[in-house]
Structure formats: structure tokens, C-alpha cells
Design a protein around this ligand. Structure first.
Ligand code: AMP
Length: 282
């Protein structure tokens, strides 16, 4: 496994690989790797000649300094895990490598970026799309792998790739969960023991709604109220949003008559968690 910290070194390495006809699969991450990240690595490992992983805690996507400071980091452990998955190239740039003094260019996917996560974390998706665009230019992947865990992020990256005619295939893979249903997240380490005990209630709220939709409930407002109730009664978290949306536009639904996605974000004392569930009425 090669560890590369420099942009031009990475670009010349992947350009050479592409010239040899090698297909590159790319998993962008912010590190503190867990089974969710590793599930993306495994898929990319199987479907490509070369597996490239980036580890970069992107300051541009943090709207609060405190969240950035609390973000867990363990590069040594990440490198061991990446190597165990058969990673060929790990790109680990420094902040000043990605955003040198005078950096001035940002990419923004309009409207989708303003909803839900975007409304609660101003500038978040602008930071995400900018760094993803830069990483694509540095790693030059044929395929790139994202988790459904960050549903809105995956949707926005898809839109950016489509709108800007980028020659990369975006593959979105299912959320990996703990056995009690909690979606794996690097941020889960910031939950207190009591909050960790409560956190599976988020997934339970999502599944409860999916069950009600399956049995014919179409009133989105009643379904959203039910999710609110389950989370409020079962956890000490503050709800940022709970929503039932069109999976493409991410606009709130009034009536659930076709595909829908339930989205939620809550704040525990030191960890803000998000989760979602796609549901189909048919
Ligand atoms: P992050 O390091 O949080 O930026 O995540 C890097 C990638 O891993 C993103 O595409 C995430 O959606 C994905 N990811 C994070 N958690 C999970 C999970 N529990 N299951 C599947 N993918 C995940």
C-alpha cells in the first residue's frame, strides 16, 4: 500500500495507472474508519484493479469549529484497516495541500444543498462538493463509492457528476448498522453510555414509519409526527429535523404514494447523528 500526501505525486501515479489500462475505484473518507467505510472499500476492491482511499477531515464542510475539533482521528489505525482491505493507494493530504493560501474556488449544487442538512449546517454541502470535485481531479477514478448513510450527500454528488458531465460512476451502497440498528458513524464515539443506549431508537423510528407506510398509511404529516414522538420519548436528543421526502428532489411529501425517503438528524450532548430509510409503497 502506498501512502501519498502530495497532489501532484498522486496525479502522476494514477495517470500512469490509467495509461496501463487500470480501472481505479475510489472511496473518499474523513477517516476513523469503521465497517461502513470498509464495506465501500470491499465493493471497490472487487470491481476495480486499483483501490484508492482518501483520508481527509475536510474543514470546508464543518459549519462549527467545535464539531471539527471533536472529530475523531486515528491515522495509524486507519492505515492498518485500509491495508487489510487490500487498498493500493491512500491519499492523506494536509489541509494546506488541499486549501493553500489564496484558495478561492467552490462548487455548489443549488437547491438540493439548501435543504435538510444544508439548512442546519450552512455551507456544509458546498464544502462537500468542493472537496469531492477536487479529490476526483486528483484521484481520477473510474468508479467512486458512497454510503447511503449520508443520503442527501450521495444525492448531491450524483447531481454534481451529472450536471458537470464528469466521467465517473457514482455507486451508493447500503448503510451498515450495529446489531441494535444504530448506523455506524465515526461520531458515535462521542455518545455518552446512556446516549449510546438510546441511539438505536432513531432506526426504530424509521422502521416504524416504513411499517406504517407498508400497511397503507399515506398521510406524511401523521408519519412524521410519529417519528418525532418515538425519538422524543425514547431519547434525550434534540431533533433538528425529521422528514418524509421525495427521494430525488428531497422535497417534503404530503402524501406517500410512491418512493419516499425518511430523513432525520438529531443532536445528543456531543454528537449530532443523521440517519435515513428508503421506502417503497409497492
Ligand atoms: P465519512 O468518513 O463520514 O465522510 O464517510 C465516508 C463515506 O463512508 C461516505 O460515503 C459515507 O456515506 C460512508 N459511510 C459512513 N458511514 C456509513 C455506514 N454506516 N454505512 C455505509 N456507509 C457509510
Amino acid at each position: 500500500m502506498e501512502i501519498i500526501r502530495d497532489v501532484t505525486a498522486m496525479q502522476s501515479r494514477v495517470t500512469a495507472l490509467r495509461q496501463q489500462g487500470r480501472q481505479i475505484g475510489f472511496v473518499p473518507t474523513m477517516g476513523y474508519l469503521h465497517e461502513g467505510h470498509l464495506s465501500l472499500c470491499r465493493a471497490a476492491r472487487i470491481e476495480n484493479h486499483i483501490l484508492a482511499v482518501s483520508i481527509f477531515v475536510n474543514p470546508a464542510q464543518f459549519d462549527r469549529q467545535e464539531d471539527l475539533e471533536n472529530y475523531p482521528v486515528d491515522l495509524e489505525r486507519d492505515l492498518v484497516k485500509a491495508e487489510a482491505e487490500g487498498t493500493d493507494l491512500v491519499f492523506v493530504p494536509e489541509q494546506k495541500t488541499v486549501y493553500p493560501p489564496g484558495y478561492a474556488t467552490f462548487v455548489e449544487v443549488e437547491s438540493l444543498s439548501g435543504r435538510w442538512e444544508g439548512a442546519y449546517r450552512p455551507g456544509h454541502f458546498r464544502g462537500v462538493t468542493t472537496v469531492v470535485m477536487k479529490l476526483f481531479h486528483i484521484v481520477k477514478p473510474h468508479r467512486t463509492y458512497f454510503g447511503q448513510k449520508d443520503y442527501q450527500q450521495a444525492r448531491i454528488v450524483h447531481q454534481m457528476v451529472k450536471d458537470l458531465d464528469m466521467d465517473v460512476e457514482v455507486i451508493v451502497l447500503p448503510t451498515v448498522r450495529e446489531s441494535d440498528g444504530l448506523a455506524l458513524s465515526s461520531r458515535n464515539v462521542n455518545l455518552t453510555a446512556e446516549e449510546r443506549r438510546q441511539a438505536p431508537m432513531l432506526y426504530r423510528a424509521l422502521c416504524g414509519v416504513a411499517d406504517r407506510v407498508k400497511s397503507g398509511e399515506q398521510d406524511a404529516r401523521a408519519l412524521v409526527e410519529e417519528m418525532h414522538r418515538v425519538i422524543q420519548e425514547g431519547t434525550s436528543a434534540t431533533i433538528d429535523y425529521v422528514a418524509l421526502c421525495d427521494p430525488e428532489s428531497l422535497e417534503s411529501l404530503e402524501k406517500v404514494e410512491g418512493p419516499a425517503v425518511a430523513l432525520l438528524a438529531v443532536r445528543f450532548s456531543k454528537a449530532r447523528l443523521i440517519d435515513n430509510l428508503l421506502m417503497n409503497t409497492h
